[in-house]
Unconditional design. Structure first.
Ligand SMILES: [Zn+2]
Ligand SMILES: [Zn+2]
Length: 92
């Protein structure tokens, strides 16, 4: 996951004010808004460093567990996400 060029800020929602990270999307001109505090997650990688995308029980390769910082989309956790989507739509 790309973590360069992000801006730490607070949620624009009137009722939330959580610390968030704004990150320009690599695939569109949208801005991603992510929770500033990442969730720790364990991922399994193969010897070549590639993240395993199969269930480990059925994958024939050797695995090593790594800890990953996963940033949650703030849409999912913001208590006021619905109203801020309306605000963004109105601003267009
Ligand atoms: Zn695997
Ligand atoms: Zn929010």
């Amino acid at each position: 996951m790309q973590t360069s060029d992000y801006v730490e800020t607070t949620c624009l929602s009137r009722s939330c004010r959580a610390a968030v990270i704004k990150l320009a999307s690599a695939t569109s001109d949208a801005t991603l808004i992510l929770d500033a505090t990442p969730t720790k997650m364990t991922a399994w990688v193969h010897e070549d460093g590639e993240v395993c995308r199969r269930r480990r029980e059925v994958c024939p390769q050797t695995h090593a567990g790594i800890r990953l910082d996963v940033y949650t989309d703030h849409h999912a956790t913001c208590p006021d996400a619905a109203s801020w989507r309306r605000t963004r739509a109105a601003a267009r």
